[in-house]
Design a protein around this ligand. Structure first.
Ligand code: NDP
Length: 470
């Protein structure tokens, strides 16, 4: 496949290429250009040229193109989902949901396009102030590999609806489905240069986008260290920056919770996407009165997660996406193997693919790193607590604050969780799902800014005040 620059499919200026492999089989599934600084320059030029024409279109006309793209994505969901399984590793059912979710996000923003308007303020003394909402200009979207299609939608949807143009950089292990969707945007009538997709390594393509003076906003999703570097670099050219940097989401299970439902929620919330979701359940704090029963139920549900190639029907959990991720998960478990109780899992199956068994840990010391750092894979620690005070204190004890959940039938406890858990999203009796209406993002080190909802649309515009004296 080639890169999308200025409405045309291009090879890298250097001629370089990168292979994409299937994480379940280690077979090559595609080749994409290894872009560099020159390619980013060409893409930003194309996006700059397209800016004024796109911004001048009535918002409803922009919305119509997004609606048409969403319809084409829905027609092609089978092909796109199979491509996503091949490059990312997730089961076909999850990939299908993700592709449909992408279409849903576009439809949501297309629907909002007719509600883009400014304000008028009457000051009497100085006359009327008109506040216009203007697009920012060229925006860069830097995408991770865990939910490459959905996260691309979270950036493209509000950026284009608000009248911006965009250069996307997919993760190096998962560029294929994003490029295929780029083609559907063109087929839907998106003008050349409004959306550009440059493939290549983060250190060159990502870096060139973040340093380019014409790029007015960088929306980044990925690791904390990279995010901090992106923010520092983007500050040199005064860009707007939005950072979604993952989390270590706690789940609190109270003694009055429906334990069947909570155990199913914990397993689905952790092992979805092989544990590689920023809002996955990453730590469980369960009241000691019900801990034994909860552990039994959770162990039973975890053992039901059949692992294998995501294209096989019976499979509920695919491989990790890449070798580095697998190595990190193996190291996390080895680190606690002597002191923790491994309720199930804890090994890597023989053979090809970046597979790791769904794993439950108990009996961990309070200072175990698995309880404070983001673990991006299928490992879930379960910790006993005496009461809600202890649970909330433990839940808030990390530097992260993306999501958190509380499972209870008691409205008072639910309200306490909503108020006191330090997180951008608090779920009650559910976890992980983020419909497009939800403002999505974290507090503390989980990042800055919000994606999704009308709130993201605000962040892709800036106010211009007009003070008019007749
Ligand atoms: P990274 O932060 O390295 O990668 C995310 C994106 O940033 C990729 O497109 C990457 O490109 C790009 N990138 C890398 N370096 C730069 C740079 N200097 N400037 C601009 N862009 C850059 O995350 P990883 O993929 O390495 O994942 C590591 C960890 O990050 C995970 O274990 C997890 O903890 C966290 N993570 C969190 C996610 C979330 O949704 N919150 C998603 C993915 C990861 P390239 O792929 O070419 O390196």
């Amino acid at each position: 496949m080639k890169m999308l620059i200025g409405g045309e499919w291009k090879t890298a200026a250097s001629g370089g290429e990168m292979e994409v492999i299937n994480p379940a089989t280690w077979e090559k599934v595609g080749v994409v250009p290894q872009g560099g600084q020159d390619d980013v320059g060409a893409a930003v030029d194309a996006a700059s040229e397209a800016c004024s024409g796109w911004a001048a279109l009535p918002p409803v006309e922009r919305g119509k193109i997004l609606f048409r793209t969403a319809a084409l994505v829905r027609e092609e969901v089978g092909r796109l989902a199979a491509m996503l399984v091949a490059e990312q590793g997730k089961p076909l059912r999850e990939a299908t949901d993700e592709v449909r979710g992408f279409a849903h996000v576009l439809e949501y923003y297309a629907g909002l396009s007719s509600s883009l308007y400014g304000e008028s303020i009457n000051t009497r003394l100085y006359g009327r102030i008109i506040v216009e909402k203007r697009p920012l200009g060229v925006c860069a979207g830097i995408i991770p590999w865990n939910m490459p299609v959905m996260i691309a939608g979270w950036k493209i949807g509000p950026a284009l609806t608000a009248g911006n143009t965009m250069v996307l950089k997919p993760a190096s292990t998962t560029p294929l489905t994003t490029l295929a969707i780029g083609d559907l945007f063109l087929k839907a009538g998106l003008p050349a240069g409004v959306l550009n997709i440059v493939t290549g390594p983060g250190e060159t393509v990502g870096e060139a986008l973040v340093t380019h003076p014409e790029v007015r906003k960088v929306s980044f999703t990925g690791e904390i260290g990279t995010g901090r570097h992106v923010a520092e670099t983007a500050a040199q050219t005064m860009k707007h920056v939005s950072l979604e940097l993952g989390g270590s989401d706690p789940m609190i299970v109270c003694d009055d919770a429906d334990l069947e439902v909570a155990a199913a929620g914990a397993a689905a919330g952790r092992f979805y996407n092989c544990g590689q979701t920023c809002t996955a359940v990453k730590r469980v704090y369960v009241f000691s009165e019900v801990a034994e029963r909860f552990r039994e139920l959770l162990t039973e549900k975890t053992r039901a997660f059949t692992i294998g190639n995501g294209m096989e029907k019976r499979v509920r959990m695919g491989p990790l996406n890449n070798a580095a991720g697998l190595e990190r998960i193996e190291a996390v478990v080895e680190d606690v193997r002597d002191e923790a109780e491994i309720l199930t899992g804890g090994t890597r199956p023989e053979g090809k693919g970046f597979f790791y068994e769904p794993t439950l840990l108990a009996g961990l010391p309070a200072d175990a790193p698995v309880l404070s750092e983001e673990v991006f894979g299928p490992v879930l620690p379960v910790v006993e607590v005496e009461d809600l005070d202890e649970a909330v204190e433990a839940a808030n004890s990390t530097r992260y604050g993306l999501g958190a959940s509380i499972w209870t039938k008691d409205l008072g406890r639910a309200e306490r969780g909503c108020q006191d858990l330090e997180a951008g999203i608090v779920w009650v009796n559910q976890h992980i799902k983020v419909p497009p209406e939800t403002p999505f993002g974290g507090v503390k080190w989980s990042g800055t800014g919000r994606e999704n909802g009308v709130h993201a649309l605000e962040r892709y515009t800036e106010e211009k005040a007009l003070l008019i004296r007749p």
